[in-house]
Design a protein around this ligand. Sequence first.
Ligand code: ZN
Length: 266
Amino acid sequence: MIDSHVHLNRDEFAADYDVVIARAATAGVNGFLNVGYDIASSEESVALARRDERILATVGVHPHDASSVADADGNITPAGLRVLDRLRELCGDPRVAAVGEIGLDFYRDLSPRPAQRAALVAQLQLAQEVGLPVVFHIRDAYTEVRSLVETVGLPRCGAVLHAFAGDDQTVAWAQKHGLLLGIGGPVTYKNSRLPGILAPVSPDEVLLETDAPWLPPVPHRGGRNEPAYLTHTAGALAEVLGIGRDELERRTDANFARLFGTAPGS
Ligand SMILES: [Zn+2]
């Protein structure tokens, strides 16, 4: 199994990193996509991926941090140009598999919305330029991302909608354009709307992810999430899709390799 969205660079893992990786291996999780969300975490992701062949990296600026790229009017700042240049440089590293996580977060609104839009557009263009797929972070902004992406151009190397929590319309849109849905801990929650929304989805259209250290699945809610807990998410998703655990693992591993060009460690 591959954890297609994790943040192993976080301080939450500093004290027991090796134990966390060992527990993941015991649980059958042998590949990781470590996702950047600003320049520092993108550089850390690349460093982790260079050290461990089981890890691939992404580089990007999260919508929360869009102010580091653009101002409140949506103009790219001089500092933002340097950020984009650094990202472009990092994209040249063979261990970098995608641009992300990028998107819009209108739930927390930690950066002004015009800055979020500008940072997203600039990084979508970067992904097209360097020929890498995209990892999207979208919260309370699916309609806006759909129309923005259609204006800028669909990611030519594909994309995943990480921590998918969209509606039927977004599922149909993702299917139409061959974009994958990243499914994490919330699929295990008792009141999750995901089982209904995922009804028309095939096992070839999803990726498994933890988003660790965040979003722990049942029965670990309230604590730190870690890659070993992916087994709970896999169990719940297999049930939702009406297939066995082994088959889900096989198909999501294949989806990962198809989108990101390679599987970690191979
Ligand atoms: Zn994330």
